[in-house]
Design a protein. Structure first.
Length: 169
């Protein structure tokens, strides 16, 4: 009878080992699935933020012509004009609101940067070549996204080689 008990134990031990292995496999699958779902949630949140930023930049880019026209109107008034003061206040509030949504002006002093500026004219100048002489239209970014590059006039080198190895200005 002792032999029969030993034979019965072996199949039950195998069954328990198989069940334990199956439980471990299911736990592993569950952990992997939970990690995949967590990554999915993070990816969706990142995509949603990206979409919001693109939408915000798009709306602001549509408002930039209004900003330009506002600046032109302010420049047309005399500084002592009562209308100037009222419009300047409204413009200041408008720009403050746009800045709160991430709008910032691109710096356009110094050297031309092809990633931030577009050249509308290269003018002869005694200043170093590629230096920004004038800003025709301001450029803007929303956070780290380019909304509109600055349109600039840059200096070009006026030194010409006369063929004899000497240079003329």
């Amino acid at each position: 009878m002792a032999e029969k008990d030993q034979k019965d134990e072996a199949p039950s031990e195998k069954k328990e080992a198989a069940e334990a292995e199956q439980v471990a496999e299911l736990k592993d699958r569950l952990l992997r699935l939970a990690a995949e779902f967590d990554n999915y949630k993070k990816r969706v949140a990142k995509d949603l933020d990206g979409s919001k930023n693109i939408g915000r930049a798009e709306v602001i880019s549509k408002l930039l012509p209004t900003v330009d026209e506002f600046e032109l109107a302010l420049n047309a008034f005399g500084k002592e004009d009562d209308h100037f003061k009222g419009m300047a206040l409204v413009f200041s509030n408008f720009m403050s609101t746009l800045r709160s949504f991430g709008l910032r002006e691109i710096k356009s002093d110094g050297k031309f940067d092809p990633y931030r500026h577009e050249i509308v004219l290269a003018r002869d100048s005694d200043r170093p070549e590629g230096e920004i002489l004038e800003v025709v239209r301001k450029g803007y970014m929303v956070d780290d996204m380019m909304v509109r590059p600055a349109s600039v006039i840059i200096s070009k080198n006026t030194v010409v080689n006369d063929g004899n190895g000497s240079k003329k200005g």
